[in-house]
Design a protein around this ligand. Structure first.
Ligand code: SF4
Ligand code: SF4
Length: 395
C-alpha cells in the first residue's frame, strides 16, 4: 500500500517523461488531509475507443500512456463499463506502471446485487480482472433510493470496511443519481471519504445537481464529478450556443467551457472525462495544464450559451444507456440523439434518411409505452412520450 504518494507520483512522472522534453502537468488538488494530491482531471474508462463492439486496446493504451505522462493518473472504472472489459483493460494498460504511481477507482454494481454472497464474488472478480491488488477508491455504484435500500439490506458498507481493513480498499465512497434529499440521507449515514455525482452547467438546476453539490460540501465530502459534459451534449449543444462559446474563446475547444465550469468549484476533487479519442485527451490535458478557473465574464458567456440551447428545446440525454435494453428493442439514446440533431439544425430530410436506415424494431415507432425505461433514466426524461413524438416526427 502507498506509504508516500507524493514521491511515488514524482517517480512516475519522471519515469514516463524520461528522454522526452518536459511536458506541462495537470493541476492537482490536495485530498483531504492525507498528504495525497489528486489530478483535477481524471480519466473515465467507460467510453474508450471501440472496434466491432470491443475496446480498441492499442488506441486506448496510447491514450492512457499520454495521460500518465501528463500527470493525469486517476482512473475510473466499474464492473459494468464496456460489459466488464473496462476492468480487464486496466490490467493491460496500467500493469506496466508501478502500482503506487496511479490511483484506481472501481465500484460495486448495486443494481446487480441479489444476496450478500454477491459482494464477495463480484469484488474478487474485480481484483482478478484489474490485477491491481487493491483499489484506491471503491464506490457503491449508482445509488438512488431503491439501490440504497439494497446496499443497506446487504450490509455493503460493512463489507467495504472489511475490505479496507484487509488493505484491499484505501478510501470508501459512492456514486449517486437521484434527488438531493436522499443524497443527504446517504451522506449522513456513514463517514464517507468521497462521493461521485453528475455535475455540469446544464444539470445544475435541471437535475438539481447544484443542490447535491451543496449537500456534499456542507457535510465535508469531496466531490468526484461525472458527466461534466453530459455525455458530449455540452460539446454539441446547438449551432447558436456553440457559436457563442467559440466567439468568446476562439482558441479553447467547446468542451473546455464545461470542464472549467465544474473544476472552478472549490469542493470538486476530480473531474472525470470519459475520453474516446486522442484528440480529446490532448484537449482536456491542455485545459487542465494548468487549470484556470472561470472569471465573471466567462460565467456570463456560459449563461448565454445555455439560454440559446434551452430555446432550441433539445432533450438532455447523455447516451449513458442506463435505460437499455428496451424490451421491445428500441435504441432509445439513438432516437433521442437524432431528435436533438433536428433541434440543433439538421434537416428533417437528412435525419429521416438515418432514421429509416435503422432496423425497424430499433426505431421510436416500435415503442409500446411499457414505461420500463423511464424509471431507469437518471435524467428523468419522459422517454415513452418522446418516442411517440419522434415516431410522429419521422412518419
Ligand atoms: S417505454 Fe418504449 S422505449 Fe421505453 S422500454 Fe418500453 S417500449 Fe422501450
Ligand atoms: S434516455 Fe436517459 S437513461 Fe437512456 S441513454 Fe438517455 S440519459 Fe441515459
Amino acid at each position: 500500500m502507498n506509504q508516500n504518494d507524493e514521491s511515488a507520483e514524482s517517480r512516475m512522472t519522471a519515469a514516463v517523461a524520461e528522454g522526452d522534453s518536459p511536458r506541462p502537468q495537470v493541476t492537482r488538488r490536495p485530498f483531504r488531509n492525507t498528504g495525497v494530491t489528486l489530478p483535477l482531471l481524471g480519466f473515465g474508462l467507460m467510453r474508450l475507443p471501440e472496434t466491432e463492439g470491443k475496446i480498441d486496446r492499442a488506441a486506448a493504451r496510447k491514450m492512457v500512456d499520454r495521460a500518465m505522462a501528463a500527470g493525469c493518473n486517476y482512473f475510473d472504472t466499474a464492473y459494468m463499463y464496456h460489459n466488464g472489459e473496462s476492468e480487464s483493460f486496466v490490467a493491460e494498460a496500467l500493469g506496466k506502471y508501478p502500482r503506487d504511481s496511479y490511483f484506481l477507482t472501481s465500484k460495486m454494481p448495486t443494481v446487480m446485487l441479489k444476496e450478500e454472497a454477491d459482494l464477495e464474488r463480484i469484488f474478487a472478480e474485480q481484483l482478478q480482472r484489474t490485477r491491481a491488488g487493491y483499489f484506491d477508491f471503491y464506490l457503491m455504484h449508482w445509488l438512488n433510493a431503491a439501490h440504497w435500500e439494497v446496499a443497506q439490506r446487504l450490509k455493503l458498507y460493512e463489507f467495504m470496511k472489511r475490505k479496507q481493513a484487509e488493505g484491499k480498499i484505501r478510501w470508501i465512497g459512492f456514486s449517486y443519481h437521484g434527488e438531493p434529499e436522499v443524497l443527504e440521507e446517504i451522506a449522513r449515514a456513514y463517514p464517507w471519504d468521497i462521493a461521485q455525482i453528475q455535475l455540469n452547467y446544464l444539470d445544475w438546476e435541471l437535475c438539481r445537481s447544484g443542490e447535491q453539490y451543496e449537500v456534499l460540501t456542507r457535510l465535508g465530502i469531496p466531490v468526484l464529478v461525472m458527466e461534466p459534459l453530459k455525455g458530449g451534449t455540452l460539446v454539441r449543444l446547438t449551432p447558436e450556443a456553440v457559436k457563442i462559446l467559440e466567439q468568446a474563446g476562439p482558441e479553447a475547444g467547446v468542451a473546455s467551457w464545461g470542464l472549467r465550469y465544474v473544476a472552478s468549484l472549490p469542493n470538486v476533487q476530480v473531474v472525470l472525462s470519459g475520453m474516446s479519442e486522442m484528440t480529446q485527451v490532448e484537449e482536456n490535458l491542455a485545459t487542465f495544464s494548468p487549470f484556470r478557473p472561470l472569471d465573471a465574464s466567462e460565467r456570463d458567456t456560459i449563461g448565454r450559451a445555455l439560454a440559446a440551447y434551452r430555446r432550441a428545446g433539445a432533450v438532455p440525454c447523455t447516451a449513458c444507456r442506463y435505460c437499455s435494453p428496451c424490451p421491445a428493442g428500441v435504441d432509445i439514446p439513438r432516437n433521442l440523439g437524432l431528435h436533438n440533431q433536428v433541434k440543433g439544425g439538421l434537416s428533417l430530410f437528412h435525419a429521416k434518411l438515418v432514421y429509416d436506415a435503422m432496423p425497424e424494431k430499433q426505431r421510436a415507432s416500435a415503442c409500446v409505452a411499457c414505461g420500463a425505461c423511464q424509471k431507469k433514466c437518471p435524467q428523468k426524461i419522459a422517454i415513452p412520450a418522446l418516442m411517440k413524438e419522434i415516431a410522429g416526427e419521422f412518419q
